[in-house]
Design a binder for this molecule. Structure first.
Ligand SMILES: Cc1ncc(COP(=O)(O)O)c(C=O)c1O
Length: 357
């Protein structure tokens, strides 16, 4: 019997059991991880840290001062506004905890499953805002007349549709609803994949709105999901509260070393910005030519595809080609009519297009 479809992409054990091969023989399009990484600078920094044993034999600095300084410099803000997390995923727990006395949390759906995990763990009422699933509809999903003392959690660029809403549109809604929304969290886990002049980040608004929390991840862009590293940018009072709630040393010392090296590697970032538009265009063109498949115009390093029988396609690709894609049936709003694929190298993308044919 096949185990239940996982709620996150990148579950290679599950995929390998179906494909009847070793996990490292799977070509993984199911998790949206940068195929150019991890950067050599990160591997070198990790090797040095292990060889000198410095990251193994000592506890991490509980205040993560050096890492916070590097992140702060990267965004040109004060280190007191930075909170490193054990992946972005940990940070949703503290966002949820901050929502525990609020009337409701508005959540545009479909949504990354971890938001619901964090909110449900604390029995927080969720009010969903259905996104239009028309491929060319870019309306911003927002609570237009929010209940007093409520919150909203937006993901930009959005997983799984790949939509990118403009910072101007978000800023406008933020100002209009500031009185009612005690907390607005914007998950920008995939925003690094856009070059700086195209990013629609709200980081420059955190000083203006104490209600605003920005969540970022290093795991996707720098290909280190196994190490776990993300951060929040928010008002220092909020972050001091979170620090009192969490376990000590949540971010391990190797992740800290990797993060510092990664953020210093501007060449790797430039290479990624060069690779992505061409590789994504190739996938988009190749798949949209296949009968019965509609590709959403995604801004990040993955594409949502509308297609009947996504579960069968997933199984066939695994068993016949050892290729994993993300069947979107675990997003309740999408059902069995969608799958999501990561953008990979040109030759790997070609393998997927060929297999889908
Ligand atoms: C939208 C979104 N946010 C956050 C995360 C979690 O990122 P991390 O690996 O940093 O916990 C994911 C992971 O897939 C995601 O899709």
């Amino acid at each position: 019997m096949t185990a239940a479809i996982p709620t996150h992409g990148g579950n290679l054990r599950w995929a390998a059991a179906i494909a009847q091969c070793a996990p490292d023989e799977i070509l993984d399009f199911s998790a949206s991880i940068n195929p150019l990484g991890p950067p050599q600078s990160v591997l070198d920094a990790l090797r040095n840290a292990i060889e000198s044993q410095q990251a193994l034999t000592a506890y991490p600095d509980p205040s993560y001062r050096r890492l916070r300084e590097v992140i702060a410099q990267h965004h040109n803000i004060d280190p007191d506004w930075i909170f490193p997390g054990n992946g972005a995923a940990e940070l949703f727990t503290w966002i949820a905890r901050d929502c525990s006395d609020l009337a409701t949390v508005y959540l545009p759906v479909p949504a990354f499953a971890d938001y619901e995990r964090a909110l449900k763990a604390l029995n927080i009422p969720i009010t969903t805002i259905p996104l239009s699933l028309e491929p060319d509809n870019f309306d911003l999903p927002w609570a237009r007349s929010p209940q007093p003392h409520s919150a909203l959690l937006l993901n930009n660029p959005h997983n799984p549709t790949g939509r990118l809403w403009s910072a101007d549109a978000i800023r406008g809604q933020l100002a209009e609803t500031a009185e009612a929304l005690d907390l607005v969290a914007i998950d920008e886990a995939f925003i690094d994949f856009l070059p700086p002049d195209q990013q629609q980040s709200l980081i420059d608004q955190v000083a203006e709105y104490p209600s605003l929390v920005i969540v970022r991840s290093l795991t996707k862009f720098y290909s280190i999901p196994g190490l776990r590293l993300g951060y929040a940018i928010a008002h220092p009072d909020r972050l001091k509260r979170w620090q009192q709630w969490r376990d000590p040393w949540c971010v391990n010392a190797l992740a800290e070393v990797a993060g510092i090296a990664a953020l210093g590697d501007r060449d790797f970032a430039r290479q990624t910005w060069q690779w992505l538009p061409t590789a994504r265009g190739q996938l988009q063109d190749g798949i949209s030519k296949l009968p019965g498949m509609t590709v959403y115009p995604g801004a990040a390093n993955y594409l949502l595809v509308k297609s009947a029988m996504a579960a069968e396609i997933q199984q066939t690709l695994l068993m016949g080609d050892r290729i994993a894609i993300r069947n979107c049936s675990t997003f309740p709003e999408l059902g069995d009519n969608y799958f999501r694929i990561a953008v990979r190298t040109l030759s790997e993308n070609q393998r997927l297009i060929h297999a889908l044919q």
